[in-house]
Every structure is written in C-alpha cells, then in structure tokens.
Design a protein around this ligand. Sequence first.
Ligand code: ZN
Length: 82
Amino acid sequence: MGWITRVLVILIVLWALWRFLRGVLEGAGMLSSGSRQPQAMKLVRDPVCGVFVAPSTALAANARGETAYFCSEKCRREWERR
Ligand SMILES: [Zn+2]
C-alpha cells in the first residue's frame, strides 16, 4: 500500500468512528438534539398537520405555557380547541 492509500484508509476509519461516536452521544442525550437541532434555517413543526414552518413567517399561538407555530389559521384554531 502506498502512503496515500494508508492516509485515506485512516481518514475513512476516523470519520466512521466520529459518526459512530456522535450517534452514541446523541442517543445518550449528551449532545443537544431534539428541539435545538442545528439547522441552516430554523424551522418548527406545525403540531396539527406536521408541516415545517419558519417562525418568522408562521402563525404563532400561546397556550399551556408553550408557543406553537402553524401553517395556517385553520391549524391554529384546531390546536387551540384541543
Ligand atoms: Zn398546518
């Protein structure tokens, strides 16, 4: 094996290990996941229909101490009725 091949193999092994460790840590809740997912554009889920919406453009509602965002007035009313 040439040294380039060896370096490539080492890099691939390290990358696979990193992916594996990340998965384990996220599964154990060590890394912040769930509601604080790092995303290019932060999106929140419409709890009624499951569509992802941007909080800046979505309809918001406050109830039971939480804020929820909706794709439409229809979904907001549906959620407030629950
Ligand atoms: Zn909706």
